[in-house]
Write a protein that binds this ligand. Sequence first.
Ligand SMILES: [Zn+2]
Length: 306
Amino acid sequence: MKISGKFVWSSTSAKVLCESLGCTDPLEAIRLRSLRLIEKAGIERPPFSPYVLGLRLGINRVVFSPIGFDACLLPTTSGYEVQICSEHSRIRQNFSMAHEIGHVFFFEATGKSAIAKREKRIGMNGPDREEEFLCDYAASELIMPSFRFFRDVRYFGPSLGSIFELAKRYRASLRATTIKFAEMGLWKCAFVFWRLIGAGSDADFQLESCTRFGGLRLADHEGISIPKKHLLAAVESGRTVRGRELVQMGQLKDTYYIESVRIGSKSSSRVLSMIFADMDAEHLAYASRQYLAQPTNQKQLFEEND
Ligand SMILES: [Zn+2]
């Protein structure tokens, strides 16, 4: 497991954004600016519509068309126009719209750009692409504002059922929901997306993405693995599989409580796992399930998600 050090922000736009809001950390600046916009729009509970928020910020025209990329922000004489790919799911369109609001935050601080950018890979930006990464962060903060999301995470507790419930409430993708859940740092748990490759005796699982683990960033290249048998049981049963399993992260091996579930239809080969390292993991996960009296309809969620 690679423990990444404290990231040092270096872009001018991140610096100017911080200065404009009196913050020292760009993430804090994004949270503050997002909160101000949400308060201005008067939205108090989920879902936090990025279209309503965008309108409050001067994005007075949104066009859905088959543009072949995620989205595009166009400065106009009266504000901004956002173009969004009409072929993407509503959840993905939501995130793209919120990402463009993030760019407007930067335009406010640095001055309006005259150039429209064709945006691809929204939601997948690493911190090396600072402004894009911060706009992804803004998108997650606008859709799942920390001040409200933290309360819900604490209330629902750590379980995959909780992730499904939160994704439905906030109209966010499962991936974005797991990232925000881990960011709240309430428990020492990480979420991993796997993809099944091969079949029969050659079947194996490839790591697609993973969240932070107890405040630490797991390095994808150093690898993380859990027993294939556990993941295959999730794929084949279509139900949530639970239990203590041996987990290898880089050079480290330990036994943790894991919940895994297949994502999507029967033919889907993706699995989402929650790896939970707290001492009382089983009890906390059990308590979480009790709060979710009516489990979220996963089938309905998958149709709209990712
Ligand atoms: Zn962008």
